[in-house]
Design a protein around this ligand. Structure first.
Ligand code: ADP
Length: 487
């Protein structure tokens, strides 16, 4: 068996080129970490309009001949650009009539382009044609999320002759997004109509790209161990729980890592004072600076409690708004919120701020540097998500000694253990209701106020854990080897 594996990651997003969610972070970090372990991992993403300038700045070069990809009787010319990024080769697949647009998935947030089925069918086929053009045949094609869900099906039923020994892995980053299209889009795939049945590509009358990936991939992974269990249940499966149960034999959860260079409290340039596990003193200064920056009053030493999140129902922000007021009135906590999203949640947070000037600060919008300063300065970080495939901010908080208070779900359950266990690093609760959330918040504030030694011990355990991508990449390698073609 070869010691160095060849892996082509195919995805619709990758940091630093294009990001709308956690998928981009994984695709930016995992191939790099695999290369660090001595493998040959490369990436293919679409060349969106906003990606072109960044790629050109990095020395984009073009292949001589474009690929010609057929979809529904129309030929698309797909140019192949290449960029080297920190030792990782990235292929940028260019098809201007499909990807040279202002938006990524639609003309504005929450809207989809009408031809998304065509856009990602062409992208998937082009990614499968890439090895032939390069003369570089990967052992694995690792496809991410619905946009590349057709790849395992096409490898199995279309490209089996050109890539006979290549195995496919499909990773689900969020099962709620499935790429479901009307049945006539089957013709874009070039796959046989006989596959349009409930065991394969059809789901309640529609072509379902995520299901195609799950059914045909040699292995399916998702971004935390707990989420791999949860998506087999109706409550979390977004209608695909039965499909996940049927494919549980090849499903595995691998919890994401974090970029430990960007999120390192000892080297973080956004912070007024640096600190780490061995030199924790600077954290207090970060807290005081943050209170000054955000205009919070210095009244005694209430816990500084933070939220950095998309402000949407999934994240449980409604519970935060409903539960915190008695604790603020009692002088036990101050609240800092950074986020943007649903207008009704922003409105309720604004009202909270108006009622408690100097005790609540809400900052609406996206602000990377402020996110670092809040996570560094806070004592407690709230993440009462209804569902959470993995979650990153609780991992950043752990590294910065800010104890996370989370709902016991998905990646939050994998990474946060309640201090009540005697060896925990945060606080957890189960049922998604006001009573359970309020009582765990009361318990967390109580520990902060009355048990400083226990609090510090929990902080140390939080800061000492290893959530680096090197660890995670090793788990992926183990999984790749399990399904390696030996012939
Ligand atoms: P999700 O991908 O569901 O939004 P994650 O916790 O996996 O949740 O990742 C969220 C990422 O976005 C983190 O890197 C977090 O710090 C960042 N983030 C979210 N909202 C903001 C904001 N308003 N300003 C800056 N960073 C933000």
């Amino acid at each position: 068996m070869p010691t160095s594996l060849r892996i082509l990651h195919v995805a619709s997003e990758m940091v630093p080129f294009i990001k709308t969610g956690g998928l981009a972070d994984v695709v930016g970090a995992l191939p790099k970490a695999l290369n660090g372990l001595g493998h040959d991992a490369r990436v293919a993403i679409p060349l969106y309009r906003s990606v072109r300038r960044k790629a050109e700045a990095l020395g984009l070069t073009w292949s001589e001949h474009p690929l010609v990809i057929e979809a529904g009787g129309v030929d698309h010319r797909v140019g192949v650009g290449t960029v080297e990024l920190d030792g990782t080769t990235v292929y940028l697949l260019a098809c201007d009539e499909l990807f040279d647009r202002d938006g990524i998935y639609g003309p504005s947030a929450g809207m989809d382009y009408d031809d998304n089925a065509r856009r990602y069918a062409v992208f998937s086929k082009a990614a499968l044609a890439l090895p032939g053009m390069l003369g570089w045949v990967p052992h694995f094609i690792h496809a991410h999320d619905w946009q590349t869900g057709l790849i395992p099906a096409l490898r199995e039923r279309g490209f089996q002759r050109t890539l006979p020994a290549t195995r496919t892995v499909f990773t689900i980053h969020n099962i709620a997004y499935q790429g479901a299209f009307w049945h006539f889009d089957m013709k874009l795939t070039g796959l046989d109509w006989s596959l349009f049945n409930p065991l394969h590509l059809e789901h309640y009358g529609r072509l379902n790209c995520l299901k195609a990936g799950v059914v045909f991939a040699d292995r399916v992974t998702t971004v935390s161990r707990r989420y791999a269990e949860e998506i087999q249940l109706p409550e979390f499966g977004s209608g695909l729980d039965g499909v996940m149960r049927a494919n549980a034999f090849k499903l595995r959860g691998i919890t994401n890592g974090i970029d430990t260079a960007e999120w390192n409290p000892w080297t973080d340039e956004a912070l007024p004072t640096r600190f780490d596990l061995r030199r924790p003193g600077g954290k207090r200064a970060c807290k005081e600076e943050l209170r000054t920056e955000l205009g919070l009053v210095a009244a005694g030493q209430p816990a500084l409690v933070a939220v950095v999140s998309r402000l949407v129902e999934q994240k449980g922000i409604d519970l935060v708004v409903a539960a915190v007021e008695p604790y603020i009135l009692a002088g036990r906590m101050q609240l800092v919120v950074l986020g943007s999203g649903d207008t009704h949640l922003e409105h309720r947070l604004r009202q909270l701020q108006t009622r408690h000037p100097g005790w609540v600060h809400a900052w609406f919008g996206y602000n990377e540097e402020l996110a670092h300063r809040i996570i560094a300065g806070a004592d407690l970080f709230l993440m009462p998500s209804r569902t959470e495939p993995c979650g990153l901010t609780q991992l950043y908080s752990l590294r910065y000694g800010t104890l996370p208070l989370v709902r016991y779900t998905g990646g939050l359950a994998d990474t946060v253990t309640d201090v009540a266990s005697g060896s925990g690093n945060g606080f957890t609760f189960g049922p998604m209701d006001y009573g359970h959330f309020s009582s765990v918040l009361d318990r967390a504030l109580g520990l902060y106020e009355h048990f400083p030694v226990e609090w510090k011990q929990a902080m140390k355990r939080a800061m000492g854990a290893d959530h680096s991508w090197e660890q995670v990449a090793a788990e992926y390698v183990e999984m790749y080897r399990e399904i390696m073609f030996v012939g």
